[in-house]
Design a protein. Structure first.
Length: 405
């Protein structure tokens, strides 16, 4: 009874604090994500006032938050649009991998952590946070912008790549044989392929089966289906977030619109819990020793992500400010980076604090770059293209008199 009472008090305090921080951020025109993270750090392990009774509930809520973020992201686009994005954006996905995974791998090798840790840290620096970016796009009201499909195309390629990368990394960390790793990889590929096939061929039937005029029934069916598919996907070595995203892709038309309207407030609540939990699970004392290498890696990969978004938008025929907005939006890292680091801690314990500091830096900087990269680039471009002032012509007679003197 005491534990239940403590949990209710802590949860009430957390949610009330989230509301106040969100209101404060809204008044100053700032994304609330960094404030949520800092609040988590303050009340997490090693913080000012550690919360313990509600930790397990908060962890579950954080997982649901990521799932809902990816579900609503998937509801924005149909299966045919997803396939079109994959066909047109795969060169951008390749550039994204080279520019952002290679710095992480090089950093691990320079630190002397070995090849397996290099593969893990490459994943940490490679994958942008779909959850954070989805929240930022909503906060900045950019879901209808021309460059947003480009950003989502890069994120989709990254999220689907996780279906290949995570089984490979798990096999390397466990020292599994080539045959065992191949079986796991084939299961992941088969799962993603099956869901995509159903979404493409039978998306209308799925939407019709889920559809309901009763808002309560629609909410229960969509939420239940999403959590079920996410859990099965996780069991089959595919990310739960990818499973949720594919459910969103499978639903279309009025069902997608109705589900989006119903789930948006629920998503915002659990997404805020996710960001707080990320801070709660981080001990501030572990950050200072790895802050310098994490900061250097964050600076390098923030620039490479901006370059990735700029290149992807350029390939899509987007000009000017849209290219910079796309690049700045992709900077944030988050949930996948933490998952990868958590897997690799058994092989290289130092990768945990480094990845935590790195993600904390970029998850705070990410909303800022999304907002200010384009105005900053525009200002710098304007300065570089401003012609130098031309001196006034000198009067001929005056010049002649000067020469005589």
């Amino acid at each position: 009874m005491h534990n239940t009472t403590a949990m209710l008090i802590e949860l009430g305090a957390i949610i009330l604090a989230l509301g106040l921080l969100g209101r404060l951020a809204g008044r100053v025109g700032f994304s609330p994500i960094p404030l949520y993270l800092l609040a988590g750090l303050a009340f997490g392990h090693g913080g000012i006032l550690p919360l313990q009774a509600s930790e397990e509930f908060t962890a579950t809520g954080a997982e649901i938050g990521v799932i809902l973020l990816l579900l609503l992201l998937g509801l924005e686009y149909s299966a045919s649009e997803l396939v079109t994005n994959l066909k047109t954006q795969y060169p951008s996905g390749a550039v994204d991998f080279v520019l952002n995974a290679v710095p992480g791998a090089i950093a691990a090798l320079l630190l002397g952590w070995g090849p397996v840790a290099a593969v893990a840290l490459a994943g940490v620096t490679w994958i942008s946070s779909s959850g954070v970016i989805a929240k930022v796009l909503g906060d900045l009201r950019r879901l209808g912008n021309r460059e947003t499909p480009v950003v989502l195309g890069v994120l989709v390629i990254e999220d689907l790549a996780m279906a290949l990368y995570l089984p490979i990394l798990t096999a390397l960390l466990a020292g599994v044989s080539l045959a065992g790793g191949t079986v796991t990889l084939l299961i992941s590929l088969g799962t993603v392929g099956a869901v995509l096939y159903l979404a493409l061929r039978h998306g209308r039937l799925i939407s019709r089966a889920v559809s309901s005029d009763n808002a309560e029934m629609l909410l229960l069916v969509v939420l239940g289906l999403t959590l079920l598919v996410a859990g099965v996907a996780q069991e089959l070595q595919v990310s739960a977030a990818v499973g949720a995203f594919l459910v969103g892709i499978a639903l279309s038309g009025e069902v997608a619109e109705g589900a989006s309207n119903l789930l948006t407030p629920l998503r915002d609540l659990f997404a805020a819990v996710f960001f707080v939990f990320f801070g709660l699970s981080t001990d501030p004392a572990d950050i200072p020793p790895v802050l310098v290498p994490a900061l250097l890696l964050a600076v390098v990969t923030a620039c490479t992500k901006v370059a990735t978004g700029w290149y992807a938008a350029r390939r899509a025929g987007i000009h000017g400010a849209g290219r910079w907005r796309a690049g700045g939006t992709l900077v944030a890292r988050g949930e996948f980076s933490i998952v990868i680091a958590g897997l690799a801690v058994g092989v290289e314990p130092r990768i945990g604090p480094l990845a935590t500091a790195y993600v904390l830096i970029l998850v705070i900087v990410g909303p800022l770059t999304a907002r200010y990269t384009e105005p900053l680039a525009r200002r710098l471009t304007r300065r570089s293209t401003t012609p130098a002032p031309v001196s006034a012509p000198v009067d001929a007679e005056r010049a002649k008199s000067h020469a005589q003197v």
